[in-house]
Design a protein around this ligand. Structure first.
Ligand code: GLA
Length: 684
């Protein structure tokens, strides 16, 4: 591992004080209800097996009705009630929704969009992270809360803010401009260094005065991409500084672990590998994409990413939904059993907490059509019955807490690369980093492989296979690390439009893919993107002497220059008939694959079978719709099986106990009924 690579995940190794099991619960917003409802809430929470709720996340206006005047009556009562009922508290700092007085007093603290529009109040989450007034006010309310509740016996966790980076991250306000210049001075020291890094000789953009450097707001044409890439880094840093300021204020008065809820895979403005080092326990929120009938795959990717940024440590699912959300174009209700399947997939992928937005459905406001643990239809509803059943199931799974997931495959996920690739004026608008990540992840999911997400610079030596679906920006360190990985016996697969630019969005010396030339035995002479709707044919034989299969590619082709690689797929047509399309290269004791076109998830199957063979990854033997994940404890292995399809056979070698039913199985496998979940403890 390069010496400069920081460790992955939080330093904290503890757990939530006073919680001796998995966590179950959700966001609780009692301020939306008269006090007599709270007693019923507490009773029903006990009935459902709830042991943790997140409170106070949007309570700033109530807690500080006028600037500097605090009133904790409401929170005192709620915390005492929860405590009396044995329910632990995840206490929010309410800084994602400043009160009306804040906007009235500090109108310049509002976020300004790239087009120059200041975002008005009346919603939430629209304060400039660079505003000194916001920083002062948010640290003050966090401090007051920490002083008052920091040692309260009900307190199990601090929940700072809510989903940093959402609904907006970029801010082009006057505060941002000042902070941005300071950040640039810290990064580059001199304007000469900035001019060199940004390549300002192009289009005559050379700066001679720091005051002339602007935020990259909307302009007449494409704004300097290196400037925009740095602005993405600055935005991430500005948000992270808001978190660490509140966290440090809390730590002055409380030893309880501090977290903030991420939105892994959905909010790309925050580099969660960086953020995870700053929290005590990694926490995530996840909502299914209702338009996707196979939303469980996106869920799995989000959960695997969350575990990966946590460095493999257990993490908390702080929000998901019992049924439909309210903010997508068509909000599809979850089918019977789907909530349990979703919950068990998070659990299987390392979550030690299963929580929801929110406990009781709101009658008013923007989210009244969002599902809840206790829906508008009340306790006579299907959702409530499933909530109670899930609580009972989680109560039987306490021994999984703290156990770990192991992955043989790493898929590269690098925020900086995504920020750079998603800027203007790329060779084809059809090239999407998420599309390639999703396609390769989906293939691995269907083939039953458990996947970690990893940065190119981190230690990869423990993985049998590393897949790079979208490594447009690849640093020299990252490329050297990948090359060492192959040299040392690893199998690396790289997809097109990777290894193109360095950390300043400047093309690598030597041309496209040059930093991976040794590992892959090939470079790219010219990009050959396709027109909309065009496809091409690749004659593919996998290099194993088989008859060529015809595979259809779309979006992209390359004109490749071979540097030792074996050609295992050749373009039969398209922009370069006869040219190399897929290559395989032995380097050191490992193998580097390069794929220069876009194969869809079905087509990838043929290719990946050969890649798995090189990596020594056996077939899982599990039917495609049966999701199987394993968690490993000191003395036991747990198999979590989630059936998204028809009745399916789960292969099992040796006896096991079904933790949900208590049934013993003697080995040889078991049938998991359509839609069902199983959690098995394997013996010995
Ligand atoms: C986010 C927020 C919650 C709520 C849910 C609705 O995750 O954190 O406050 O708005 O979305 O899905």
């Amino acid at each position: 591992m390069p010496a400069s690579t920081p460790p992955v995940g939080p330093a904290f190794t503890g757990w939530l004080p006073g919680v001796d099991s998995l966590c179950y619960g959700g966001d609780y917003n009692p301020e939306q209800w008269p006090e007599e409802v709270w007693e019923e809430d507490a009773r029903l929470m006990r009935e459902a097996g709830v042991n943790l709720v997140s409170i106070g996340i949007f309570s700033w206006a109530l807690l500080e009705p006028r600037e500097g005047e605090f009133d904790f009556t409401f929170l005192d009562r709620v915390i005492e009630l929860l405590h009396a009922n044995g329910i632990r508290v995840d206490l929010g700092t309410p800084t994602a929704a400043p009160p009306a007085w804040f906007y009235a007093t500090y109108p310049e603290a509002r976020v300004v969009t790239r087009d120059g529009v200041p975002l008005g109040p009346g919603s939430r989450g629209m304060v400039s992270p660079s505003s000194p007034e916001y920083r002062r006010a948010s640290v003050r309310i966090a401090t007051e809360l920490a002083k008052r509740y920091g040692r309260h016996p009900a307190l199990a966790l601090w929940h700072v803010h809510n989903e940093y980076g959402a609904p907006v991250a970029d801010d082009y306000s006057v505060h941002a401009r000042r902070a941005w210049r300071e950040w640039l001075q810290g990064r580059y020291g001199t304007l000469d260094a900035l001019n060199a890094a940004w390549g300002t000789a192009f289009w005559g953009q050379v700066y001679g005065d720091w005051e002339h450097v602007q935020v990259p707001a909307a302009s007449a044409s494409a704004v300097n991409p290196a400037q925009r890439l740095d602005f993405a880094r600055f935005t991430d840093s500005a948000l992270l500084a808001c978190f660490t300021a509140e966290r440090d204020a809390i730590r002055e008065h409380s030893d309880v672990p501090v977290t903030t809820n991420f939105m892994a895979t959905e909010c790309l403005s925050t580099d969660l590998f960086r953020w995870a080092r700053e929290v005590d326990i990694v926490a995530n929120d996840h909502y299914l994409t209702a338009a996707d009938p196979r939303g469980e795959v996106g869920l799995a990717l989000a959960a695997d990413l969350t575990r990966s940024v946590a460095g493999g440590k257990p993490w908390l699912l702080l929000e998901h939904s019992t049924s439909a959300v309210n903010w997508q174009p068509r909000n599809v209700a979850k089918r019977p059993g789907e909530m349990a399947r979703n919950s068990l997939s998070h659990l299987g992928r390392g979550a030690d907490s299963i929580m929801f937005f929110q406990w009781r459905a709101s009658r008013s406001g923007a989210e009244k059509f969002h599902s809840a643990m206790l829906p508008h239809a009340g306790t006579g509803s299907r959702v409530w019955r499933e909530v109670v059943e899930l609580g009972q199931h989680l109560g039987k799974l306490g021994e999984l807490r703290g156990t770990r997931v192991r992955a043989d495959v790493a898929l590269l996920w690098d925020y900086e690369s995504f920020w750079a690739q998603d800027l203007d004026w790329r060779p084809s608008e059809a090239v999407s980093h998420r599309e390639r990540v999703n396609a390769f992840y989906d293939r691995l999911w269907r083939d039953g492989h458990t996947v970690d997400l990893a940065r190119p610079e981190q230690d990869l030596s423990g993985y049998q296979l590393v897949v790079a679906p979208a490594s447009y920006l690849l640093t020299a360190d990252g490329a050297a690390n990948l090359t060492r990985y192959v040299e040392g016996g690893g199998t690396l697969l790289v997809s097109y439009f990777s290894g193109i630019v360095d950390e300043h969005d400047a093309v690598h010396p030597g041309g496209f893919l040059a930093p991976l030339r040794d590992a892959l035995g090939v470079t790219v002479e010219e990009f050959l993107p396709l027109r909309a709707g065009e496809s091409l044919t690749v004659r593919y034989d996998g290099g194993r002497g088989r008859a060529g299969a015809e595979l259809t590619g779309t979006v992209w082709a390359d004109d490749l220059t071979l540097a030792g690689a074996q050609v295992v797929g050749t373009y039969a047509d398209g922009p370069k008939p006869g040219g190399a399309a897929v290559t395989r290269h032995r380097h050191g004791t490992g193998t580097g694959w390069y794929v220069s076109t876009n194969f869809d998830v079905e087509t990838l199957s043929a290719l990946m079978a050969d890649v798995y063979a090189d990596a020594g990854l056996p077939s899982s033997g599990v039917p495609e719709d049966l999701e199987v994940i394993r968690r490993h404890g000191d003395d036991a292995e747990y198999v979590i099986a989630i059936n998204h399809g028809e009745d399916a056979k789960l292969p099992l070698d040796g006896p096991a106990t079904d933790l949900l039913t208590g049934d013993e199985t003697s080995g040889g496998g078991m049938v998991v009924p359509a839609g069902a979940v199983r959690v098995l403890r394997r013996h010995g």
